[in-house]
Design a protein around this ligand. Structure first.
Ligand code: ATP
Length: 145
């Protein structure tokens, strides 16, 4: 089976680099599924979950937004921040979630509210990715019934 190279990088480090079967990314216009030989493409990413499938195994990566480029030989994700599921510190994400919720309760208008909403979203995504890893399932392989 053909594979495609995926590289997920931030300004600080390489988060993921491997040949994979499928990438599902949180594009700003919705989920984007990328298989080998996908047409070249550039898009912004929203904060969300990047799902990588390789040989029947799935790996989840939390991304806080960024940019995705499909080139003929690879997919490059330039993320603001990104963590593989096993790297996520759940206690830290829970603390970040509570801080953001407190800020939102204060209902300070304008930029501060938007910032707190973004912080809350990042924290919830990290918690979701970390918890899904523990359960061993992702929405793309989940069996029903
Ligand atoms: P916090 O308030 O806990 O710093 P944040 O959402 O403000 O959370 P970011 O600015 O998105 O954090 O990220 C800063 C750096 O910390 C990035 O390198 C990111 O990968 C890392 N990071 C943030 N939260 C976690 C976490 N819960 N587990 C592991 N790494 C994290």
């Amino acid at each position: 089976m053909d594979t495609i190279r995926l590289e997920v990088v931030t300004a600080e480090r390489v988060v993921f680099s491997d040949d994979v079967d499928v990438v599902v990314a949180p594009g700003i216009e919705g989920q984007l599924g990328i298989l080998p030989h996908h047409a070249p493409l550039m898009t912004m990413l929203q904060p969300g979950e990047l799902v990588v499938r390789k040989g029947g195994e799935e790996q989840d990566i939390a991304v806080s937004g960024g940019f995705l480029e499909v080139r003929p030989d690879r997919v490059i994700v330039l993320a603001d921040a990104a963590e593989r599921a096993e790297e996520i510190d759940e206690a830290r994400a829970e603390a970040a979630m509570r801080r953001a919720q407190e800020k939102l309760k204060e209902r300070a208008p304008g930029i501060q509210t938007a910032e707190a909403e973004a912080e809350l979203r990042r924290a919830l995504i990290r918690l979701q990715v970390a918890k899904r890893r523990k359960k061993g399932k992702s929405p793309y392989t989940q069996q029903t019934g």
